[in-house]
Design a protein around this ligand. Structure first.
Ligand code: NAP
Ligand code: HSE
Length: 434
């Protein structure tokens, strides 16, 4: 069957959907001549028909019902750009069950329902493509799946959330308060509809889960990860980092022990030496370091959120979907076979930064040193800073090499001391960064 015309349905015409519409319209001639087909933006769904859009869409093409697009026999490719995991799942499954290819930017959906979506695509002869789900405009899915196919991956780590990187960069540079910058990130279209997914680390965790699946063939649910966000980072932490040659970045780390195949996925704010590449990846940019056993280390940098970079990734999947359809929708190579188990906490080692608000009185340091020594955590440096709380001081400790189990037990013990006020702030110090 010769394919001459492709009908595309866009479910969700918000930040990303409008970007896809805009750039397909703008680049239609070039795309069509390269693909040898006509690309027809056939239908789009929204929640509010009266809302003003930045693209012109004929009213007859708009619907309130994304399922009508997903099941429309005339539509070949469905882009799910609604977000969330309920309606988006229904739309995606309905389209896949109709034999269509679905292009998605929805990392939360993929993380929660990945196996079900891939199975439905396989069963009904379509594809589920998701380049836009991780790191915005950086083609990291293609890099892992195709460019680096010869490799096993010892370590993948990176900045995967544009909103958090934008917030941390501007807090550090301009001393601005976090809520002010978050409001700007929302206005710029970087943040999720529920911004707690960004700032509490869950969006990064969803993306880390996808990368871990591509690299190691296992779905690590977010409940099995260490996930910390950036809401507890203050100007005191950023000042320490600046004065000691570090930047603070929210990192996802996916490590695999070569001998045992154990995989550990974690998301946490991290102090990275300024001499390293990722410490200098700022604003909405993402950066990912991938170390393969054949290629060595490779690093990818690009805009990680926002309308245009995300549209770039979605359109690359649309192009792949057209090429696959022209070739009879042949199956893509199977994902890596599952071969990893999860690493226990005590095997995750590193050094740590710990900020405690303490009563400013004699004997406090001895009590804290006693607690850390009992749990075999060795202190590398201690610094006292004025606290915003009257009668208190900020105490900043760094540790020598320790492990997650010991440091968590130490934090739990320190919290019980009467001289420690409020929640301790624990940050990891990167000793692996590119
Ligand atoms: P958005 O701006 O909130 O757009 C969502 C679209 O879906 C809107 O058009 C909205 O309709 C429609 N919609 C929402 N709930 C609906 C419902 N219950 N019924 C029918 N339609 C509904 O979101 P976005 O930023 O474009 O993100 C879309 C997806 O891309 C999400 O999965 C997100 O995680 C992912 N993503 C976003 C970015 C980014 O930088 N923004 C980057 C990568 C991936 P109305 O317009 O009428 O309200
Ligand atoms: N909210 C996400 C971010 C969008 O800021 O990275 C891109 O996935």
């Amino acid at each position: 069957m010769s394919v001459t015309s492709i009908n595309i349905g866009i479910c969700g015409l918000g930040t990303v959907g409008q970007g896809v519409w805009k750039h397909i319209e703008a680049n239609r001639a070039a795309l069509e001549s390269r693909l040898g087909v006509t690309l027809n933006l056939a239908r789009a769904s929204v929640r509010d028909l009266k809302k003003k859009r930045s693209v012109r869409v004929a009213p007859a093409k708009l619907t309130l019902d994304p399922l009508a697009i997903a099941t429309d026999p005339a539509i070949h490719i469905v882009c799910e750009l609604i977000g969330g995991t309920t309606l988006a799942r229904d739309v995606t499954l309905a389209a896949l069950k109709s034999g269509k290819t679905v292009v998605s930017a929805n990392k939360a959906l993929l993380c929660k329902h990945g196996p079900e979506l891939f199975a439905a695509a396989r069963k009904h002869g379509g594809h589920f493509l998701f380049e836009a789900s991780v790191a915005g405009g950086i083609p990291i899915i293609k890099a892992l799946r195709e460019g680096l196919v010869a490799n096993r991956f010892k370590l993948i780590y990176g900045i995967l959330n544009g909103t958090c990187n934008y917030i941390l960069t501007r807090m550090e540079r301009e001393g601005l308060a976090y809520p002010t910058i978050l409001a700007e990130a929302k206005a710029l279209g970087y943040a999720e509809a529920d911004e707690s997914l960004d700032v509490e680390g869950w969006d990064t965790a969803h993306k880390a889960s996808i990368l871990a699946f591509l690299a190691h063939g296992i779905w690590v649910p977010t409940e099995k990860m260490l996930v910390e966000g950036i809401t507890h980072i203050t100007q005191t932490d950023l000042a320490f980092a600046r004065e000691n040659g570090y930047a603070i970045k929210l990192l996802a780390v996916i490590s695999c022990e070569a001998d045992t195949g154990e995989v550990f996925v974690r998301v946490h704010p991290t102090l990275i030496p300024r001499t390293k590449v990722l410490a200098n990846v700022n604003e909405v940019y993402n950066g990912i370091s991938v170390t393969g056993d054949v290629v060595g280390e490779t690093v990818y940098i690009g805009r990680g959120a926002g309308q245009d970079p995300t549209a770039s990734a979605v359109i690359s999947d649309i192009v792949d979907a057209v090429i696959l359809r022209k070739r009879g929708n042949a199956q893509l190579p199977a994902p890596v076979e599952a071969r990893a188990t999860l690493t226990p906490l005590q095997n995750i080692t590193g050094s740590y930064y710990l900020r405690l608000e303490v009563k400013d009185e004699p004997g406090v340091l001895a009590k804290i040193a006693g607690a850390t020594a009992t749990l075999d955590v060795s202190i590398a440096s201690v610094l006292q800073r004025p606290s915003e709380t009257a009668g208190a001081a900020s105490l900043i400790l760094t540790t020598h090499q320790s492990n997650e189990k010991a440091i968590r037990a130490t934090v739990a013990r320190l919290k019980k001391l009467s001289c420690v006020l409020g929640e301790p702030v624990l940050l990891r110090i990167a000793d692996f960064a590119a």
